[in-house]
Design a protein around this ligand. Structure first.
Ligand code: GLY
Length: 347
């Protein structure tokens, strides 16, 4: 078992290990006095892991309630968010009570946003059950829900009080879900550590989870509110979010980000933002991991979606420019170049 402390405005621990989920109550009790704990989860994770978490919370003297919503990106909505808030109010949750998110990125994002806003903010714990959430979304306090107009358009920065990453939970993930995690792991490797790639290829979850959390820790500590360095972690997401939305989420987040990283790499070179084209290298690594890199949408459609990107400030957008595997930089380009950037990336 390994513990990372994330030194943000509200510091917190990330506990990483195998088969530790059944001890969640103990880890939580070390940080919170007995109170009400609302376990928020989805329909799939509920049948796999929520009972263990609830039992261990009860053993430590917590009073538990549970909110379960259907698995899938469509649940990351205003509707689900409202249901969670009403459930908290109905059970008279106060500022000394807690939310415990048990699941992947969707559960963590929406439960975190409910925690950020209910009574103007209560504490929450993230217990991850997917590869993707263990290595990326659970750390850093980005909480959000989707609007019909786009992904993650409403949210708040609200750091969790504790994150528990049990990579034993990956045993119950389908190969498709494992691939989701590989996309974000590859992103971390492309952005800051080329040495990580063989470990991703060998499914060395122990090493990849710890290294990705360590990378994310350094980036989030340097730029908690995503005004600079942290935007590197958005590599592939300007295009990726558009692909997800245009496909009505039939293309999953990881698959879309993989396609997005290739488009954005080609685009950066074609627009003259970098002197080396590493898109073939990136494509070859991603294809080797099992990704289909074809894009079925037009540059016009992806451009329209990119207008919702959170890296737009006034008449400029920040793009991630890969210079070598493990080395990316951020550049601001005029919004007037964005359409051409996307068009060139898809040639
Ligand atoms: N998932 C990207 C970030 O947390 O900044």
């Amino acid at each position: 078992m390994k513990k990372f402390t994330i030194s943000t405005t509200h510091p917190y621990d990330v506990i990483v290990g195998r088969d530790i989920i059944q001890d969640s109550g103990k880890f939580i009790a070390e940080r919170f006095s007995k109170c009400k704990a609302c376990v928020i989860t989805d329909s799939e994770v509920n049948t796999l892991y929520a009972d263990q978490v609830v039992e261990s919370l009860k053993q430590e003297g917590f009073t538990t309630t549970r909110v379960i919503f259907p698995n899938g990106e469509h649940s990351k909505s205003l509707n689900t968010y409202a249901k969670i808030l009403e459930a908290l109010a109905e059970d008279f949750f106060t500022r000394t009570d807690i939310i415990v998110a048990v699941g992947g990125g969707i559960v963590g994002d929406i439960a975190g946003f409910a925690a950020a806003t209910y009574l103007r903010g209560i504490s929450y714990v993230q217990i991850t059950t997917t590869y993707l959430s263990a290595i990326d979304s659970s750390v850093g306090g980005k909480t959000s829900i989707n609007l019909l107009g786009g992904k993650n358009l409403v949210g708040a920065y609200w750091q969790p009080s504790l994150v528990i990453c049990d990579y034993g939970t990956f045993d119950t993930l389908s190969p498709e879900y494992i691939l989701e995690g590989k996309a974000e792991a590859a992103k971390s490797a492309f952005v800051s550590d080329a040495n990580l790639i063989p470990y991703i290829q060998q499914d060395d979850f122990h090493h990849v989870v710890e290294r990705c959390i360590s990378i994310k820790k350094s980036i989030v500590e340097a730029d908690e509110l995503d005004t600079g360095l942290r935007q590197l972690l958005n590599f592939g997401h300007t295009i990726g979010h558009g692909i997800e939305k245009l496909s009505a989420f039939t293309v999953t987040h990881g698959q879309a980000v993989a396609k997005g990283m290739v488009v954005e790499t080609k685009a950066a070179y074609a627009l003259g933002l970098t002197s080396t084209d590493i898109s073939a290298e990136i494509s070859s690594i991603l294809e080797g991991l099992g990704f289909d890199l074809s894009v079925d949408y037009s540059s016009d459609d992806l451009y329209r979606y990119a207008l919702t990107d959170k890296k737009i400030y006034g008449d400029k957008i920040t793009v991630v420019v890969p210079e070598a595997i493990g080395k990316c930089k951020l550049l601001k380009i005029p919004m007037s170049d964005l359409h051409e950037f996307i068009r060139l990336g898809m040639e």
